[in-house]
Design a binder for this molecule. Structure first.
Ligand code: UDP
Length: 481
């Protein structure tokens, strides 16, 4: 049965960086566009951080969350299976449970909005007479790279990183070999083929939603919509609906951390965190600790045990397990810096921290959620990309948006030394010409972002168009009935 409201089924792949923007889109659809929403996620019982995120998204309860039982994929993976393959396999195997769940819903969903890993659910949406949209919770340049990757796959010989020239993407910023999405770097790995498949499947949707806004990436968005440029491969309408991010207040502001923050001067604290999955090597952790100490700037640092198996080691397990930070920080660090900063093991209330007036800088791995949380809090960044599309994001932040500084060496290729860390921290935290320009720029972007989401703003209008598409689809279905 169809209700009078459009009902959106939002599908999130595992991982907090994927779930958070899907939950935010769900909220926005309910509060601003009169949708009924059901969010479908693969249940995970390993991450307290995930339970926390879901809990806070449900108060107040704006929509239903369906936790699909995790599929048994033990015979399909081994210790060498990489993150993108693992996510693709999990999603593929959960399709029957998803299908049953949608079929059993009292109010039949009008539209499926799946994230990047959900393009293989489109045939189910077709079968169940739902519109099918893909939500790329990232930027337009990332989408451009993705849509163009099947063409690059045919044109480029050998590994991407070994090429000498940047890759030309029609109408967009060229992509330098070292910026290529890390899961594409080994073309013999299964995950490379999964990504190319997604690049082919995205244009099979009825529309693409992006968590960006028009003023942030006008040139790339124009190219994506231009038939003579990338419009040829995108094929479907592209809607910018961002910046969608969690609101402030998901944690109690009376906690020790916020009591400490309340006492610090305006914009005097640097927040250091590497997203839901990022970890550093032991050597890099030591250098970062020394860099922070040498800079003598106030800090909040979300610390994880050093990575032993890749920079995205914490992706599936963040927030779990014991974690004695003194085991891997330099000897005496905690004693020497107890007045200077706070070390938070594993997970911190990031949005609340970034929104606090005392925070004036963010050393970040440049995940897209972290990026927009920083911009919308007017906090300048130190770009420290680790995995996924973060090297692209770092380039945008530093060279295109002008809201970040970065180290001379790529953190995943070389260890960034303590003196260089001290220099970049001072650059964004202290009064100096470069830092001042960056601070002014991020404040401007924050204003633009607010405009995009306001009544009559571009992102608000574009999501209204999606709502209209759903209404037309509902009318058509009624006529058929
Ligand atoms: N996050 C948080 N506390 C932490 C680390 C991360 O709340 O200690 C949140 C952060 O605010 C963001 C998300 O986790 O919303 C991470 O997403 P992002 O896209 O930045 O990176 P990913 O984890 O996908 O690499």
């Amino acid at each position: 049965m169809m209700s009078s409201k459009p009902h959106a089924a939002l599908l999130s792949s595992p991982g907090l960086g994927h779930l958070i923007p899907v939950l935010e889109l769900g909220k926005r659809l309910v509060t601003h566009h009169n949708f009924q929403v059901t969010v479908l996620v693969i249940a995970s019982h390993t991450s307290p951080a995930e339970s926390q995120v879901i809990e806070s998204a449900m108060s107040p309860k704006l929509f239903d969350i369906v936790q699909l039982p995790p599929p048994d994929i033990s015979s399909l993976v081994d210790a060498k299976t990489t993150t993108v393959s693992l996510l693709s396999i999990m999603m593929r195997e959960v399709r029957p449970a998803f299908r049953s769940s949608i079929s059993a819903m009292k109010s039949h969903p009008t539209i499926l909005i799946a994230d990047l890993f959900g393009t293989e659910f489109f045939p189910i949406a077709d079968e169940l007479q739902m519109l099918k949209y893909v939500y790329i919770a990232s930027n337009a340049w990332f989408l451009a790279m993705f849509l163009y990757s099947p063409i690059l796959d045919k044109e480029v010989e050998g590994e991407y990183e070994d090429q000498k020239e940047p890759f030309i993407i029609p109408g967009c910023r060229s992509l330098r070999p070292h910026e290529v999405f890390d899961a594409m770097l080994d073309r013999n790995n299964q995950q490379y083929h999964e990504l190319i498949r997604m690049g082919i499947e995205i244009p099979l949707s009825d529309g693409i939603l992006l968590n960006t806004w028009e003023d942030l990436e006008p040139t790339t968005l124009a190219a994506l919509r231009d038939e003579s440029l990338l419009g040829q491969v995108a094929k479907v309408p592209i809607y910018t609906v961002g910046p969608l991010r969690r609101s402030i207040g998901s944690t109690s502001s009376t906690s020790q951390l916020f009591e400490w923050l309340d006492k610090q001067p305006n914009e005097s604290v640097i927040y250091v965190s590497f997203g839901s999955g990022g970890s550093l090597s032991h050597e890099q952790t030591i250098e970062l600790a020394w860099g922070l100490e040498l800079s003598q700037q106030k800090f909040i640092w979300v610390v994880r045990p050093p990575a032993t198996n890749g920079a995205d080691a914490a992706f599936f397990t963040v927030g779990s397990g014991e974690n004695d930070v003194s085991e891997y920080l330099p000897e005496g660090f905690l004693n020497r810096t107890y007045k200077l900063g706070i070390v938070v093991p594993m997970w911190a209330p990031q949005v609340d921290i970034l929104s606090h007036d005392s925070v004036g800088g963010f050393l970040s791995h440049c995940g897209w959620n972290s990026t927009i949380e920083s911009i919308t809090s007017a906090v300048p960044m130190i770009a420290w990309p680790l995995y996924a599309e973060q090297r692209m994001n770092a380039t945008l932040l530093n060279e295109e948006f002008g809201v970040a500084v970065r180290s001379k060496v790529l953190p995943t290729k070389e260890v960034v030394g303590r003196e260089e860390i001290e220099t970049v921290v001072r650059k964004i935290m202290e009064d100096n010409p470069e830092g001042n320009v960056i601070r002014a720029r991020v404040k401007q972007l924050k204003c633009d972002a607010e405009k995009a989401l306001s009544e009559g703003g571009s992102s608000n209008n574009q999501l209204s168009q999606v709502a209209k598409h759903c209404e037309i689809h509902m009318q058509r279905m009624k006529v058929k009935d």
